[in-house]
Ligand binder design. Structure first.
Ligand code: GLP
Length: 259
């Protein structure tokens, strides 16, 4: 895994945005996987700023990483809505989130989402956050490392962590649809962002711990092109931090870049 450590969360978002924007410039028809949550907000705002400054996203197609089940379309906590609002009107070729209408055949909708990804040639770059328990998307500990898009029950810890977007914990949906870890690993490139001390243990377990369904993000160890953008606080528990920093300096000196 490539590890890029920035001083703070703002630097983390800017470093990721520089690499993602470079990729969009080189590959205008990019298929981009979008995580919701607090962590990638700086990245999305920076991408919107680059679009306002002239970077063309009109050929970029978005796929959502996960979505709650049962929220009305106008609900502000819907992941699709949250991501789109952070992109501030950035014009793309469109997007598809793993959403279901009430009464829909959920397994068929999940299979249809996978088919839609395949029809676009797969996801070129999947953006991820990480839960404090090591989850990616809504793949909680214990999820199959080969799983595909499916319905999941949200743990009470995850519902509590995501509560701030809702009035009360009772309003947080009990179910979601998420890309599976197998879906995520099929992306050609993966970018995971993490900031803050609350994520440090999960980051260390994902990077340096054993590959395990108990830490879903450790599955990224299997991916040939995964980059972690961290701030110092989220990187603090990495035992080989000095080596990762030296490696990244070497990459930069030799001119290696994302993609
Ligand atoms: C949520 C989402 C994930 C997100 C993660 C971290 O539950 N399902 O997609 O990456 O938890 O969220 P945050 O960035 O707000 O800490």
């Amino acid at each position: 895994m490539r590890i890029v450590v920035s001083f703070d969360a703002e630097g983390m978002g800017a470093a990721a945005a520089a690499d993602v924007a470079g990729l969009v410039a080189r590959q205008p028809g990019l298929v981009l996987g979008m995580a919701a949550g607090r962590t990638p907000v700086g990245l999305y705002r920076a991408l919107a700023a680059r679009a306002a400054a002239g970077l063309d996203f009109s050929g970029v197609f978005l796929f959502g990483l996960d979505e709650y089940v049962g929220l009305p379309p106008e609900h502000p906590a819907r992941f699709r809505r949250a991501v789109e609002s952070n992109l501030a009107g950035l014009r793309t070729a469109g997007g598809l989130w793993p959403e279901v209408r009430p009464g829909a055949d959920i397994p068929a909708a999940c299979a249809g989402f996978e088919t839609a990804i395949a029809a676009r040639g797969g996801i070129d770059l999947q953006i991820l956050g990480i839960g404090a328990n090591g989850h990616i998307g809504f793949n909680e500990p214990g999820s199959s490392l080969g799983g595909r898009t499916r319905l999941v029950r949200l743990s009470s810890a995850t519902r509590a962590a995501n509560r701030s977007a809702f009035g009360s914990i009772e309003e947080v949906p009990e179910a979601a649809i998420t890309q599976g870890i197998g879906t995520i690993l099929a992306a050609k490139r993966i970018v995971l962002l993490a900031d803050g001390a609350a994520k440090a243990a999960a980051v260390a377990a994902a990077v340096e711990g054993p590959l395990s369904a108990s830490v879903p993000a450790s599955a990224l160890q299997l991916h040939p092109d995964a980059t972690l953008y961290l701030d110092e606080a989220a990187a603090a528990d990495l035992s080989r931090l000095a080596d990762y920093k030296a490696e990244e300096n070497l990459r930069r000196r030799l001119g290696c870049r994302l993609g």
